[in-house]
Design a binder for this molecule. Structure first.
Ligand code: M6R
Length: 338
Protein backbone atom coordinates (compact mmCIF):
# COMPACT_ATOMS: atom_id res chain seq x y z
CA UNK A 1 0.00 0.00 0.00
CA UNK A 2 2.81 2.39 0.91
CA UNK A 3 4.64 1.66 -2.35
CA UNK A 4 1.47 2.37 -4.32
CA UNK A 5 0.85 5.62 -2.40
CA UNK A 6 4.36 6.76 -3.33
CA UNK A 7 3.83 5.92 -7.02
CA UNK A 8 1.01 8.46 -7.31
CA UNK A 9 2.89 11.61 -8.44
CA UNK A 10 4.54 9.66 -11.29
CA UNK A 11 1.19 8.18 -12.34
CA UNK A 12 -0.47 11.60 -12.49
CA UNK A 13 2.39 12.90 -14.63
CA UNK A 14 2.14 10.05 -17.13
CA UNK A 15 -1.65 10.15 -17.58
CA UNK A 16 -1.71 13.02 -20.11
CA UNK A 17 0.86 11.11 -22.22
CA UNK A 18 -1.03 7.81 -22.01
CA UNK A 19 -4.28 9.30 -23.25
CA UNK A 20 -3.89 10.53 -26.79
CA UNK A 21 -5.57 13.82 -27.65
CA UNK A 22 -7.40 11.89 -30.41
CA UNK A 23 -8.94 9.45 -27.90
CA UNK A 24 -9.95 12.29 -25.57
CA UNK A 25 -11.55 14.10 -28.50
CA UNK A 26 -13.45 10.93 -29.53
CA UNK A 27 -14.75 10.41 -25.95
CA UNK A 28 -15.72 14.07 -25.61
CA UNK A 29 -17.72 13.90 -28.85
CA UNK A 30 -19.75 10.99 -27.47
CA UNK A 31 -20.32 12.79 -24.15
CA UNK A 32 -21.29 16.06 -25.86
CA UNK A 33 -23.94 14.26 -27.94
CA UNK A 34 -25.53 12.60 -24.88
CA UNK A 35 -27.90 14.15 -22.36
CA UNK A 36 -28.42 11.06 -20.23
CA UNK A 37 -25.05 10.16 -18.61
CA UNK A 38 -24.32 7.87 -15.63
CA UNK A 39 -21.10 7.27 -13.67
CA UNK A 40 -21.21 3.97 -11.77
CA UNK A 41 -18.69 2.13 -9.61
CA UNK A 42 -18.24 0.47 -6.20
CA UNK A 43 -16.35 1.51 -3.08
CA UNK A 44 -13.43 3.73 -3.99
CA UNK A 45 -14.47 3.69 -7.63
CA UNK A 46 -17.90 5.02 -6.59
CA UNK A 47 -16.21 7.86 -4.71
CA UNK A 48 -14.37 8.70 -7.94
CA UNK A 49 -17.78 8.69 -9.71
CA UNK A 50 -19.15 11.12 -7.15
CA UNK A 51 -16.09 13.33 -7.58
CA UNK A 52 -16.55 13.13 -11.35
CA UNK A 53 -20.12 14.36 -10.97
CA UNK A 54 -18.85 17.52 -9.26
CA UNK A 55 -16.01 17.98 -11.77
CA UNK A 56 -18.30 17.66 -14.80
CA UNK A 57 -20.79 20.06 -13.25
CA UNK A 58 -18.28 22.69 -12.11
CA UNK A 59 -15.78 22.58 -14.97
CA UNK A 60 -17.81 21.40 -17.94
CA UNK A 61 -21.32 22.54 -16.95
CA UNK A 62 -22.60 19.02 -17.58
CA UNK A 63 -24.97 17.07 -15.38
CA UNK A 64 -24.01 13.46 -14.73
CA UNK A 65 -26.03 11.10 -12.58
CA UNK A 66 -23.81 9.12 -10.18
CA UNK A 67 -24.72 5.91 -8.32
CA UNK A 68 -23.05 3.04 -6.50
CA UNK A 69 -23.08 0.31 -9.16
CA UNK A 70 -24.63 -2.12 -6.67
CA UNK A 71 -27.70 0.15 -6.55
CA UNK A 72 -27.88 0.79 -10.27
CA UNK A 73 -29.93 -2.36 -10.95
CA UNK A 74 -32.76 -0.67 -9.06
CA UNK A 75 -32.36 2.69 -10.79
CA UNK A 76 -31.93 1.77 -14.42
CA UNK A 77 -35.52 1.27 -15.58
CA UNK A 78 -35.40 4.44 -17.61
CA UNK A 79 -32.22 3.61 -19.58
CA UNK A 80 -32.65 3.85 -23.35
CA UNK A 81 -30.45 3.53 -26.41
CA UNK A 82 -29.68 7.23 -25.94
CA UNK A 83 -28.20 6.72 -22.46
CA UNK A 84 -24.46 6.61 -21.80
CA UNK A 85 -23.00 4.60 -18.92
CA UNK A 86 -19.44 5.27 -17.77
CA UNK A 87 -18.38 2.46 -15.39
CA UNK A 88 -15.25 3.08 -13.30
CA UNK A 89 -13.35 0.02 -12.08
CA UNK A 90 -9.75 -0.73 -11.20
CA UNK A 91 -9.98 -4.49 -11.73
CA UNK A 92 -12.62 -4.43 -14.44
CA UNK A 93 -14.07 -7.59 -12.85
CA UNK A 94 -16.44 -6.27 -10.16
CA UNK A 95 -19.69 -8.22 -10.40
CA UNK A 96 -21.80 -5.33 -9.08
CA UNK A 97 -20.63 -3.27 -12.05
CA UNK A 98 -20.90 -6.05 -14.64
CA UNK A 99 -24.54 -6.84 -13.79
CA UNK A 100 -26.02 -3.40 -14.51
CA UNK A 101 -23.81 -3.11 -17.60
CA UNK A 102 -25.37 -6.30 -18.95
CA UNK A 103 -28.82 -4.77 -18.51
CA UNK A 104 -27.70 -1.49 -20.09
CA UNK A 105 -26.32 -3.36 -23.10
CA UNK A 106 -29.67 -5.15 -23.54
CA UNK A 107 -31.36 -1.75 -23.67
CA UNK A 108 -28.87 -0.60 -26.31
CA UNK A 109 -27.27 2.09 -24.10
CA UNK A 110 -23.72 3.15 -24.94
CA UNK A 111 -20.81 2.34 -22.62
CA UNK A 112 -17.47 4.10 -22.15
CA UNK A 113 -15.34 2.02 -19.79
CA UNK A 114 -12.71 3.45 -17.44
CA UNK A 115 -10.66 0.55 -16.11
CA UNK A 116 -7.12 -0.04 -14.93
CA UNK A 117 -6.96 -3.67 -16.07
CA UNK A 118 -6.57 -4.05 -19.83
CA UNK A 119 -8.80 -6.66 -21.47
CA UNK A 120 -10.81 -7.21 -18.28
CA UNK A 121 -14.51 -8.08 -18.51
CA UNK A 122 -15.67 -4.48 -18.01
CA UNK A 123 -13.02 -3.15 -20.41
CA UNK A 124 -14.33 -5.49 -23.11
CA UNK A 125 -17.92 -4.33 -22.59
CA UNK A 126 -17.08 -0.78 -23.70
CA UNK A 127 -18.06 0.79 -27.00
CA UNK A 128 -15.19 3.13 -26.16
CA UNK A 129 -12.43 2.31 -23.70
CA UNK A 130 -10.28 4.48 -21.44
CA UNK A 131 -7.38 2.90 -19.58
CA UNK A 132 -6.24 4.39 -16.27
CA UNK A 133 -2.57 3.48 -16.69
CA UNK A 134 -1.88 3.21 -12.96
CA UNK A 135 0.00 -0.09 -13.32
CA UNK A 136 -0.99 -3.22 -11.37
CA UNK A 137 -2.58 -2.34 -8.02
CA UNK A 138 -1.92 -5.10 -5.49
CA UNK A 139 -2.90 -3.69 -2.10
CA UNK A 140 -6.55 -4.30 -1.21
CA UNK A 141 -6.98 -0.64 -0.31
CA UNK A 142 -7.13 1.24 -3.56
CA UNK A 143 -4.96 4.37 -3.67
CA UNK A 144 -3.20 4.88 -6.99
CA UNK A 145 -6.16 3.69 -9.07
CA UNK A 146 -8.34 6.31 -7.32
CA UNK A 147 -5.83 9.05 -8.13
CA UNK A 148 -5.67 7.84 -11.73
CA UNK A 149 -9.48 7.92 -12.03
CA UNK A 150 -9.62 11.47 -10.67
CA UNK A 151 -6.85 12.53 -13.06
CA UNK A 152 -8.63 11.09 -16.10
CA UNK A 153 -11.96 12.64 -15.04
CA UNK A 154 -10.23 16.01 -14.57
CA UNK A 155 -8.71 15.80 -18.05
CA UNK A 156 -12.09 14.91 -19.57
CA UNK A 157 -13.94 17.70 -17.75
CA UNK A 158 -11.47 20.32 -19.04
CA UNK A 159 -11.34 18.78 -22.52
CA UNK A 160 -15.14 19.07 -22.79
CA UNK A 161 -14.79 22.85 -22.66
CA UNK A 162 -11.69 22.97 -24.88
CA UNK A 163 -9.35 23.59 -21.94
CA UNK A 164 -7.28 20.42 -22.11
CA UNK A 165 -4.03 22.35 -21.58
CA UNK A 166 -5.40 23.82 -18.33
CA UNK A 167 -6.37 20.34 -17.13
CA UNK A 168 -2.87 19.02 -17.85
CA UNK A 169 -1.26 21.98 -16.04
CA UNK A 170 -3.39 21.37 -12.94
CA UNK A 171 -2.36 17.71 -12.91
CA UNK A 172 1.33 18.68 -13.03
CA UNK A 173 0.87 21.10 -10.11
CA UNK A 174 -0.99 18.49 -8.08
CA UNK A 175 1.71 15.87 -8.71
CA UNK A 176 4.35 18.30 -7.42
CA UNK A 177 2.38 18.99 -4.25
CA UNK A 178 1.78 15.27 -3.67
CA UNK A 179 5.55 14.71 -3.88
CA UNK A 180 5.95 17.26 -1.08
CA UNK A 181 3.21 15.56 0.95
CA UNK A 182 5.16 12.32 0.64
CA UNK A 183 8.38 13.87 1.98
CA UNK A 184 9.91 12.61 5.22
CA UNK A 185 8.84 15.73 7.10
CA UNK A 186 5.16 15.49 6.06
CA UNK A 187 5.08 11.77 6.77
CA UNK A 188 6.49 12.35 10.27
CA UNK A 189 3.59 14.66 11.01
CA UNK A 190 1.11 12.01 9.84
CA UNK A 191 2.85 9.38 12.01
CA UNK A 192 2.42 11.68 15.04
CA UNK A 193 -1.26 12.15 14.26
CA UNK A 194 -1.64 8.38 13.87
CA UNK A 195 -0.20 7.89 17.39
CA UNK A 196 -2.79 10.33 18.71
CA UNK A 197 -5.69 8.61 16.96
CA UNK A 198 -4.69 4.93 17.23
CA UNK A 199 -6.84 4.34 20.30
CA UNK A 200 -9.91 6.16 18.95
CA UNK A 201 -13.11 4.19 18.45
CA UNK A 202 -14.56 6.68 16.00
CA UNK A 203 -13.22 9.27 13.55
CA UNK A 204 -15.35 11.65 11.48
CA UNK A 205 -14.32 13.37 8.26
CA UNK A 206 -16.19 16.30 6.76
CA UNK A 207 -15.95 18.07 3.43
CA UNK A 208 -18.24 19.89 1.03
CA UNK A 209 -18.45 19.95 -2.78
CA UNK A 210 -15.66 17.89 -4.32
CA UNK A 211 -14.26 17.41 -0.83
CA UNK A 212 -17.39 15.49 0.14
CA UNK A 213 -16.09 12.74 -2.16
CA UNK A 214 -12.67 13.07 -0.48
CA UNK A 215 -14.31 12.72 2.96
CA UNK A 216 -16.03 9.48 1.91
CA UNK A 217 -12.86 8.10 0.35
CA UNK A 218 -10.68 9.09 3.33
CA UNK A 219 -13.11 7.35 5.69
CA UNK A 220 -13.13 4.17 3.58
CA UNK A 221 -9.32 4.07 3.54
CA UNK A 222 -9.04 4.48 7.32
CA UNK A 223 -11.76 2.00 8.23
CA UNK A 224 -10.74 -0.78 5.83
CA UNK A 225 -7.11 -1.00 6.97
CA UNK A 226 -7.16 0.25 10.60
CA UNK A 227 -10.61 -1.13 11.59
CA UNK A 228 -11.41 2.18 13.32
CA UNK A 229 -14.99 3.17 12.63
CA UNK A 230 -14.63 6.22 10.39
CA UNK A 231 -17.49 8.13 8.85
CA UNK A 232 -17.22 10.61 6.02
CA UNK A 233 -19.98 13.11 5.53
CA UNK A 234 -20.87 16.40 3.98
CA UNK A 235 -20.38 19.27 6.42
CA UNK A 236 -23.93 20.39 5.71
CA UNK A 237 -25.33 17.06 6.92
CA UNK A 238 -23.73 17.30 10.37
CA UNK A 239 -26.60 19.20 11.94
CA UNK A 240 -29.05 16.66 10.55
CA UNK A 241 -27.94 13.98 12.97
CA UNK A 242 -24.28 13.06 13.27
CA UNK A 243 -23.33 16.06 15.41
CA UNK A 244 -25.09 14.21 18.26
CA UNK A 245 -22.07 11.87 18.34
CA UNK A 246 -19.48 14.60 18.88
CA UNK A 247 -18.17 14.88 22.43
CA UNK A 248 -14.94 15.94 24.13
CA UNK A 249 -11.95 14.62 22.18
CA UNK A 250 -13.85 13.08 19.23
CA UNK A 251 -11.41 13.32 16.29
CA UNK A 252 -12.83 15.14 13.28
CA UNK A 253 -10.87 15.73 10.09
CA UNK A 254 -11.98 18.83 8.18
CA UNK A 255 -11.12 19.10 4.49
CA UNK A 256 -10.93 22.81 3.79
CA UNK A 257 -9.43 23.83 0.45
CA UNK A 258 -9.70 27.53 -0.36
CA UNK A 259 -12.59 27.06 -2.78
CA UNK A 260 -16.29 27.93 -2.65
CA UNK A 261 -16.75 25.52 0.29
CA UNK A 262 -14.22 27.16 2.63
CA UNK A 263 -16.43 29.48 4.72
CA UNK A 264 -19.18 26.90 5.20
CA UNK A 265 -16.81 24.06 6.18
CA UNK A 266 -14.95 26.30 8.64
CA UNK A 267 -18.26 27.22 10.21
CA UNK A 268 -18.94 23.45 10.61
CA UNK A 269 -15.49 23.07 12.17
CA UNK A 270 -16.30 25.81 14.70
CA UNK A 271 -19.58 24.06 15.59
CA UNK A 272 -17.69 20.82 16.27
CA UNK A 273 -14.91 22.53 18.20
CA UNK A 274 -17.45 24.20 20.48
CA UNK A 275 -18.64 20.68 21.39
CA UNK A 276 -15.11 19.59 22.28
CA UNK A 277 -14.15 17.78 19.05
CA UNK A 278 -10.46 17.41 18.24
CA UNK A 279 -10.18 19.27 14.95
CA UNK A 280 -7.63 18.20 12.34
CA UNK A 281 -7.71 20.63 9.43
CA UNK A 282 -6.42 19.76 5.96
CA UNK A 283 -6.00 23.12 4.28
CA UNK A 284 -3.51 25.50 2.71
CA UNK A 285 -4.12 27.97 5.55
CA UNK A 286 -4.14 27.44 9.27
CA UNK A 287 -7.33 28.43 11.07
CA UNK A 288 -8.12 29.03 14.76
CA UNK A 289 -10.73 26.25 14.46
CA UNK A 290 -7.98 23.65 13.91
CA UNK A 291 -6.23 21.93 16.84
CA UNK A 292 -3.89 20.27 14.34
CA UNK A 293 -3.12 21.62 10.88
CA UNK A 294 -1.99 19.52 7.93
CA UNK A 295 -0.84 21.93 5.26
CA UNK A 296 -1.83 21.07 1.71
CA UNK A 297 -1.09 23.76 -0.86
CA UNK A 298 -3.61 24.92 -3.44
CA UNK A 299 -3.09 23.38 -6.89
CA UNK A 300 -6.49 23.73 -8.53
CA UNK A 301 -7.27 20.09 -7.72
CA UNK A 302 -8.07 19.48 -4.04
CA UNK A 303 -9.46 16.10 -5.11
CA UNK A 304 -5.98 14.90 -6.01
CA UNK A 305 -4.08 16.41 -3.11
CA UNK A 306 -6.27 16.42 0.01
CA UNK A 307 -6.81 12.65 0.04
CA UNK A 308 -3.06 11.96 0.41
CA UNK A 309 -2.75 12.69 4.18
CA UNK A 310 -5.68 10.33 4.81
CA UNK A 311 -4.19 7.52 2.71
CA UNK A 312 -1.02 7.87 4.80
CA UNK A 313 -2.96 8.12 8.05
CA UNK A 314 -4.83 4.91 7.21
CA UNK A 315 -1.55 3.12 6.50
CA UNK A 316 0.25 4.32 9.65
CA UNK A 317 -2.79 3.64 11.87
CA UNK A 318 -2.78 0.04 10.64
CA UNK A 319 0.96 -0.32 11.20
CA UNK A 320 0.70 1.16 14.73
CA UNK A 321 -2.10 -1.28 15.52
CA UNK A 322 0.11 -4.11 14.23
CA UNK A 323 -2.27 -4.86 11.38
CA UNK A 324 -1.16 -5.71 7.86
CA UNK A 325 -2.54 -2.87 5.69
CA UNK A 326 -2.04 -4.89 2.51
CA UNK A 327 -4.40 -7.68 3.45
CA UNK A 328 -7.26 -6.38 5.62
CA UNK A 329 -9.60 -9.00 7.07
CA UNK A 330 -12.76 -10.04 5.22
CA UNK A 331 -11.81 -8.16 2.05
CA UNK A 332 -10.84 -9.34 -1.43
CA UNK A 333 -9.00 -7.16 -3.91
CA UNK A 334 -11.72 -7.70 -6.44
CA UNK A 335 -15.33 -8.61 -5.65
CA UNK A 336 -16.25 -11.04 -8.41
CA UNK A 337 -19.14 -12.92 -6.79
CA UNK A 338 -22.40 -11.68 -5.27
O1 M6R B 1 -11.86 -3.09 -8.96
P1 M6R B 1 -12.89 -2.07 -8.64
O2 M6R B 1 -12.38 -0.65 -8.77
O3 M6R B 1 -14.17 -2.24 -9.41
O4 M6R B 1 -13.21 -2.29 -7.11
C1 M6R B 1 -14.23 -1.59 -6.48
C2 M6R B 1 -14.14 -1.72 -4.99
O5 M6R B 1 -14.28 -3.06 -4.59
C3 M6R B 1 -12.80 -1.18 -4.44
O6 M6R B 1 -12.58 0.13 -4.85
C4 M6R B 1 -12.78 -1.24 -2.91
O7 M6R B 1 -13.72 -0.35 -2.40
C5 M6R B 1 -11.37 -0.94 -2.38
N1 M6R B 1 -10.94 -2.00 -1.53
C6 M6R B 1 -11.31 0.30 -1.58
O8 M6R B 1 -10.01 0.59 -1.16
Amino acid sequence: MLKEIHEQPAIINTIPNNLSDKLIEEICEVIKKTQDIYFIGCGTAYHACLAGGYLFSKIAGRHVFTAPASEFNYLEDFLTKDSLIIPLSQSGETIDVIEPLNHAQKKGSKIITMTNAFASTIYRMGDHKLLLGAGPEKAVASTKAYIAKISVLTILAYALVNKLATGKKILRKAAKEIKRLLSKESINQIKNIASLLAKSDHIYIIGRGVSYATALEGALKIKEVSYIHTEGLSGGELKHGTIALISKGTPVIVIAPLDDTYDAIISNAIEIKSRGGLMIGISSENNPAFDIWIQVKETGSPLLTHIIPMQLLAYYLAVLKKLNPDTPRNLAKSVTVK
